[in-house]
Write a protein that binds this ligand. Sequence first.
Ligand code: GDP
Length: 304
Amino acid sequence: MFESLSDRLGGVFDRLRGRGSLTEADVRAAMREVRVALLEADVALPVAREFVDKATEQAIGQQVLRSVTPGQQVVKIVNDALVAMLGGDGDGSAAELDLGVTPPAVIMMVGLQGSGKTTTTAKIARRLSGGQGGRERKKVLMASLDVNRPNAQEQLATLGTQTEVATLPIVAGQQPVDIARRALQAAKLQGYDVLMLDTAGRLHVDQALMDEMRAVADVARPAEILLVVDALTGQDAVNVATSFSQQVPLTGVVLTRMDGDARGGAALSMRAVTGKPIKFAGTGEKMDALEAFHPSRVAGRILG
Ligand code: GDP
């Protein structure tokens, strides 16, 4: 992940740092290379353009060119812009789940089929309920609303057994909104802190899917709606995120398959296109392969 982007940017910055003085033309030339590197990493065009414009303006607008280490300063500006692009408005640390509501706090998971939604549902549930040596020990209930894909509900039940997280008993023939209602009631009656709803995916974004999402959200009033997207799908991931964010009030994104050799564009564009932070990164098929997404660490990895 990010390897070729990191190599490209490393080359640009080594050249900048190696020089005692810089002209405005030098900075503009370097930023053009940064832009090409971002586009080659699959960053959405408007996102790359805005990034480079902002960074260029800062680099030539400040006292950077007259400073003793102009190259170093430009690298710092790009680093800060990268952290902002990845979603770190403040200190670049990971965005947390916001579950500070009257329990049960509902987390609704949305996304296309195959994005890793069910797996991620169980990973987050495990984490919240104290797996992975996590600090939290919440009482978590999971429910699958996926009545389209055969065995989707059973898949979640199996993961529940594996992670020792409770799942809502399956009632054949029930529709998503009714399952959501039943899950909410069970969670309230049985004193659960968190209810995770794994919604049905589709192969493509379609209106029926969006209507179903909204109907479920109306009933469940989720504290978090997390969009799960596959980082390996690059520009497609960005398009999917754009569609979802226009139709459902997302609160965050989870990028899966960050263990693969994605070029990184999805991760870099996600905040800009959805306006929401990436809260977690999936890094493998196993239940412990989920990490908080720290923009400053990721930027650090990219810039070496
Ligand atoms: P869903 O259709 O969106 O619910 O997708 P699933 O949760 O069933 O995941 C589809 C496949 O992707 C499964 O084989 C998962 O094990 C795999 N998967 C999910 N997340 C990750 C990840 O972060 N890394 C890798 N390598 N595989 C993942």
